[in-house]
Each structure stands twice: as structure tokens, then as C-alpha cells.
Design a protein around this ligand. Structure first.
Ligand SMILES: Nc1ncnc2c1ncn2[C@@H]1O[C@H](COP(=O)(O)OP(=O)(O)OP(=O)(O)O)[C@@H](O)[C@H]1O
Ligand SMILES: [Mg+2]
Length: 277
């Protein structure tokens, strides 16, 4: 008889969107990926983890009433229900936790508070996406350590590839290379480095490719309308939708995997069939 599948208790997936270098497309990626995921009828929350200069709200044309600073100030009485009151609701259905309005407030955000906030959000969302700050600051490392999957963005610029190589080596040293997925953003841009050379240069398996479309992305960022909402047929949006589909299928497989036999089951199973080694 086949073994019964086990449905694990719900805990959403934590996704970190990172890069070694700034200005590479983390916010564009995080916002559009979150919108693409929320179109699958999933509960998705995006957290602006660039605590000094985050612009997730700007990229979504949202005017925050509350930010992570307010969440931290109410930390003592916070639970998975009360934290919902601090989230903004975007027209796509996505929930958003914005960054503080001033850079000096970033100091209020400690690794311990980030940890607690993410735990609470993971209890009521299928995906929590964090748009981190560039580089390996303590708060970003904390999110990476906790994340189920880390999307590391690079482009075909020499400085970006060089920094990404060091980033990936560091991840390997920290034992966090398994959850890294490289995303080559602006993969069709003009460069002496070819998109097809990136896997070899960085010693990784195939990256995800997001095509270059400056007009589309600039317009999306300037109007605050994610292109996965209103420009879904463009190649850049399609590439983001493909990433979202792969994430959803991977999660479905993980949630519905066969139950491993219990100790008693193995013991009696073996006793019934003593010839089995
Ligand atoms: N796929 C793309 N095609 C064309 N241009 C892009 C693409 N992705 C990003 N860009 C350009 O890069 C700019 C920076 O993007 P974004 O703000 O997402 O980067 P970031 O890594 O979050 O930057 P920061 O370090 O300032 O937070 C965009 O405004 C846009 O002009
Ligand atoms: Mg950004």
C-alpha cells in the first residue's frame, strides 16, 4: 500500500531579494515577483528590508500610514493578528510593510525584532518577500539566514559580476549557498560579458534571466504601477511570472511530500517480512 502524503502545518516561505551591488533591480524584482505570486490566489506580503532608504511604497504608489517603526513600537503586544493592522493593502491584494520614513529610524530595527516580525508574518502568509538593502549588512544577513530561498541579483556589468562572485563565495563559506538562486537582471543589455557566460564565470547552474526593458521598468517605477499588473504580456513581465510559477510548484511539492515511515512502522514492517534487509 502506498504511504499517505503528509500535509505540513502552514508556515509561509521567506524569500530574500538581494544583491552585492546597489541599483541593480532588487526593488523592481521584489515588487513584481510579489504581485505575480499574489495573482495565484496566494497570501503574499512584501517587507521593505532596506530600512534606511527603502522605496517599495514608492514603487507601488502607496502612502504608508504605518511602517516597521510603528510595528517595533508596539512589539510587546504584537501577535499574528494585530500585526495585520500595520500592513498596507495594495490593489493587487498584496500586503506591504513599509520601511521607516527617515534613515535614522533604521537603528531601531534590530535583528531580534526583524526575526519576530518575520515569524509573525509567516504565520498568515504563503510568501513573505523581503527587499533587502544592498550588500551584506547585519540585517540583510539575518534575513538571508532565515530565508527559504534567496534571489541574488546581478547584471552583465563587470563590477556587478565581480561583486556577485565574492558574494557567492561568501555564501558558500557561510553554508548558505544551497538556497541561492542567481537572477541575471537586464540579461539582454549590451555588454562585453555575454549572458551565456555568466553561469561559467560565477560557477553556478543556470540563472534566471530577466530581459532588459528600460522604458517599461522606468515607467513602472515612476508611476508606481508594477509591470506584472498592467504589462503582463511583455517579455520582462513573462520572465517574472515564470519565476513565480517555479516557486509555487516547488512549494507545492515540498508541502505534499510522502510521510517518512515511523519507527514502529519500520520495526513491524520489517518483522512481517524478515527476508527484507
Ligand atoms: N529589467 C530591467 N530592465 C531595464 N532597467 C531595469 C531593469 N531592472 C531594473 N532596471 C533599472 O534599474 C533601476 C534601479 O532598480 P531598483 O530600484 O529596483 O534597484 P535596487 O537594486 O533596488 O536599487 P537600490 O540599491 O537603490 O535599492 C530602475 O529604476 C530601472 O531604471
Ligand atoms: Mg531598492
Amino acid at each position: 500500500m502506498s504511504e499517505k502524503p503528509e500535509v505540513k502545518t502552514k508556515r509561509g516561505e521567506l524569500i530574500a531579494v538581494c544583491s552585492a551591488k546597489g541599483g541593480i533591480g532588487r526593488t523592481v524584482m521584489a515588487v513584481n515577483l510579489a504581485v505575480a505570486l499574489s495573482k495565484n490566489n496566494l497570501q503574499v506580503c512584501i517587507v521593505d528590508g532596506d530600512f534606511q532608504f527603502g522605496d517599495v511604497c514608492l514603487a507601488m504608489d502607496l502612502h504608508p500610514t504605518f511602517t516597521i517603526k510603528d510595528v517595533i513600537e508596539s512589539m510587546d503586544m504584537l501577535d499574528q493578528y494585530s500585526i495585520q493592522g500595520f500592513l498596507m493593502r495594495h490593489s493587487s491584494g498584496l500586503r506591504v510593510l513599509g520601511a521607516p520614513e527617515r534613515p535614522e529610524y533604521a537603528d531601531l530595527v534590530s535583528p531580534a525584532t526583524v526575526d519576530k516580525i518575520l515569524d509573525l508574518l509567516l504565520q498568515s502568509h504563503d510568501y513573505v518577500i523581503v527587499d533587502t538593502s544592498a550588500g551584506l549588512q547585519a540585517s540583510t544577513l539575518q534575513v538571508i539566514e532565515k530565508a527559504d530561498q534567496v534571489f541574488t541579483l546581478t547584471t552583465l556589468e563587470m563590477s556587478s559580476v565581480k561583486k556577485t562572485k565574492t558574494w557567492l563565495e561568501t555564501m558558500q563559506l557561510l553554508g548558505m549557498d544551497q538556497k541561492q538562486q542567481l537572477v541575471l537582471n537586464r540579461s539582454t543589455m549590451d555588454s562585453v560579458i555575454k549572458a551565456s557566460d555568466v553561469a561559467d564565470l560565477l560557477d553556478i547552474e543556470t540563472p534566471a534571466f530577466i530581459p532588459n526593458d528600460f522604458a517599461l521598468v522606468a515607467n513602472s517605477m515612476n508611476t508606481g504601477i508594477p509591470f506584472t499588473l498592467n504589462q503582463a504580456k511583455t517579455e520582462t513581465a513573462k520572465a517574472v511570472f515564470r519565476m513565480a510559477e517555479q516557486m509555487v510548484s516547488r512549494r507545492e511539492i515540498a508541502l505534499f511530500k510522502p510521510k517518512s515511515p515511523s519507527f514502529l512502522h519500520s520495526l513491524f514492517g520489517r518483522a512481517k517480512n524478515p527476508t527484507t534487509t
